[in-house]
Design a protein around this ligand. Structure first.
Ligand code: IDP
Ligand code: MG
Length: 150
């Protein structure tokens, strides 16, 4: 089953949108595997956003993600990475499709509320970076057979 890291970023936490984000992924049918409310360290922020080092927005991005607590989660399901990115919407909120989280709650790319893994391999790497194996819960739901075809 594919997995994605999802972060409700500091702006989403400050604006009281943790529940809104969780509700959308629950309704989509995705299964929660792990969650923790945490302050992001500088080391973790740099490891997570290593691909963006050197870009003009990098320093602001590190300051943003470490500025206040985040809600870190792992969600799984068939094609979970693409499904979650679809529900999250485009990186720039002004370009995000109506009905997506970034469209419905954000205006600026530097305050776009939420992170989600961009590819299945990224999901594997990011889940391992943010969560220890014992923090992830392997479980089944009674409803799984009504959401997952196999
Ligand atoms: P993603 O979060 O949709 O995967 P990325 O291109 O990986 O988007 O960028 C990571 C994060 O960096 C974005 O979510 C956003 O918070 C921030 N970011 C990206 N581009 C800009 C920019 O041009 N200005 C300010 N922040 C940016
Ligand atoms: Mg990205």
């Amino acid at each position: 089953m594919e997995r994605s890291l999802v972060l409700v970023k500091p702006d989403g936490v400050q604006r009281g949108l943790i529940g809104e984000v969780i509700a959308r992924f629950e309704r989509r049918g995705l299964r929660l595997v792990g969650a923790k409310f945490m302050q992001v360290s500088l080391d973790l922020a740099k490891a997570h956003y290593a691909e963006h080092e050197g870009k003009p927005f990098y320093d602001g991005l590190i300051a943003y993600i470490t500025s206040a607590p985040v809600m870190a989660m792992v969600w799984e399901g068939p094609n979970a990475v693409a499904a979650i990115r679809q529900t999250v919407g485009s990186t720039k909120p002004a370009e995000a499709a109506p009905g997506t989280i970034r469209h419905d709650f954000a205006l600026e790319v530097g305050r776009n509320l939420i992170h989600a893994s961009d590819k299945p391999e990224t999901g594997v790497r990011e889940v391992a970076l943010w969560f220890k194996a014992e923090e992830l819960v392997d479980w089944k739901r009674e409803v799984d057979r009504w959401v997952f075809e196999k």
